[in-house]
Design a protein around this ligand. Structure first.
Ligand SMILES: Cc1ncc(COP(=O)(O)O)c(C=O)c1O
Length: 404
């Protein structure tokens, strides 16, 4: 397998934006190109059998464009290492396959992203993995959902998609670790610019880099990042060549081949460079939109962790440095929700989130259609906004006309 080059920039020593812009992204030594080249080659010259120039032999195992992004992601997340995949769900899949064996159990949020639930219930279920869905913001319910000796993972998504629920990460880490389980945090909504789960006690962070990290709605990708020495335990450790969780996931990336292609890696890396400034503007715009919705619909209808009325506001204020760009609200009826999402002009009716452009969607029949009828079903009158970084007055005017 290829070796990942060591990061040239120190992790944790430099500011967030400096790490996002420079970690793993030294000028190309042979040409001086300031931006690391996109390495398209599927295979690499060996000067002698087994002697490679930079540790790369075959691109499924690794290549320089992937190393650059993985180094940068680890640096911004405060992680020891990170591995990238062809989608957020491919990243989750590799992590779950590395950790779980038939008979194991996982605790998941009752407000998880629908695709995560579908993966765990419909793909891993038939392979003998049991799950319990629970309100992870309630530490007692979380502790009660754990099956001692069988639960390997406590999975948390905070803020959650699409209900914007907040889970106290440090508290969830204590509950998981007391039971010998790993705490995995889906950090897609907050991004490392606003929240660092590993510093709060989580073992693993997962991302759909399709969203804010890519940031321009032009690429699909995912990543998994690890705290130092995150262990592999239970049956997976006994049937694996390694006791390191990160190595077990890297092995999945190599052995299964779910990595991103070089152009997608480059686009993701390019997006990451501006993550901090984009997130600041997403937060600013979302706060204005949340206030507007509160004045029009009442505080109880608006789901945004930045609002003092949100039940997770205090926990969010403690563990996040901004409240993010996602705002959901209850329109009062399914018909009203559908009418609103079909009436905006600037907010585009589309799935996904986290791009510079504002999107609006109807989770019940779009992103979360797969959980209708399950414990994770979302309300029929819910509308979700991904507030972009356009001029705020234009976004306000658009929503006002759609609400009228
Ligand atoms: C919170 C969250 N996690 C994971 C995913 C899955 O990511 P992808 O669509 O890149 O597979 C999504 C996608 O919407 C998401 O919102």
């Amino acid at each position: 397998m290829s070796q990942t080059p060591q990061p040239a920039h120190g992790q944790g020593e430099e500011g967030f934006a400096t790490r996002a812009i420079h970690s793993g992204q030294e000028p190309d030594p042979s040409t001086g190109a300031v931006i690391p080249p996109i390495y398209i080659s599927s295979t690499y010259l060996q000067d002698e059998v087994g002697v490679m120039r930079a540790g790369y032999d075959y691109a499924r195992a690794g290549h320089p464009t992937r190393s650059a992004l993985e180094t940068a992601l680890a640096a911004v997340e405060g992680a020891d290492s990170a591995y990238t995949f062809a989608s957020g769900l491919a990243a989750e899949d590799a992590l779950l396959r590395a950790v779980l064996r038939p008979g194991d159990h996982i605790v998941i949020p009752s407000d998880a992203y629908g695709g995560t639930y579908r993966l765990i219930s419909k793909v891993f279920g038939p392979w003998g993995i049991a799950h319990t869905a629970v309100d992870t913001s309630d530490p007692q319910a979380l502790a009660e959902a754990i099956q001692p000796g069988r639960t390997r993972i406590v999975w948390v998504e905070t803020p959650s998609n699409p209900l914007l629920g907040i889970t106290d990460i440090a508290q969830a880490a204590r509950v998981a670790h007391d039971a010998g389980a790993l705490l995995v945090v889906d950090n897609t909504f907050a991004t490392p610019a606003l929240q660092r789960p590993l510093a709060l006690g989580a073992d693993v962070v997962v991302h759909s880099t399709t969203k804010y990290i890519g940031g321009h709605s032009d690429v699909i990708g995912g990543a998994v990042a690890f705290r130092k020495d995150a262990p592999l335990s239970g049956p997976a450790a006994r049937s694996s060549d390694t006791s390191s969780l990160a190595d077990a996931v890297k092995f999945q990336q190599f052995a299964v081949g779910g990595g991103q292609g070089p152009v997608d890696l480059y686009l993701t890396l390019r997006g990451l460079k501006t993550l901090e400034v984009r997130m600041a503007r997403h937060c600013e715009n979302a706060a204005v939109i949340a206030e507007l919705l509160t004045s029009r619909l009442g505080a109880e209808a608006v789901l945004y962790p930045g609002l003092a009325s949100h039940p997770g506001h205090e926990a969010a204020a403690q563990q996040m440095t901004g409240f993010g760009g996602m705002v959901s609200f209850r329109a009062g009826s399914a018909a009203a929700a559908r009418r609103i999402v079909e009436s905006t002009r600037l907010f585009t009716l589309a799935e996904s989130l986290g791009g510079v452009e504002s999107l609006i969607e109807y989770p019940y029949a779009m992103t979360h259609a797969s959980v209708v009828g399950s414990q994770l079903e979302v309300p029929e009158d819910l509308v979700r906004l991904s507030v972009g970084i356009e001029t705020i007055d234009d976004l306000v005017a658009d929503l006002e006309q759609a609400l009228t």
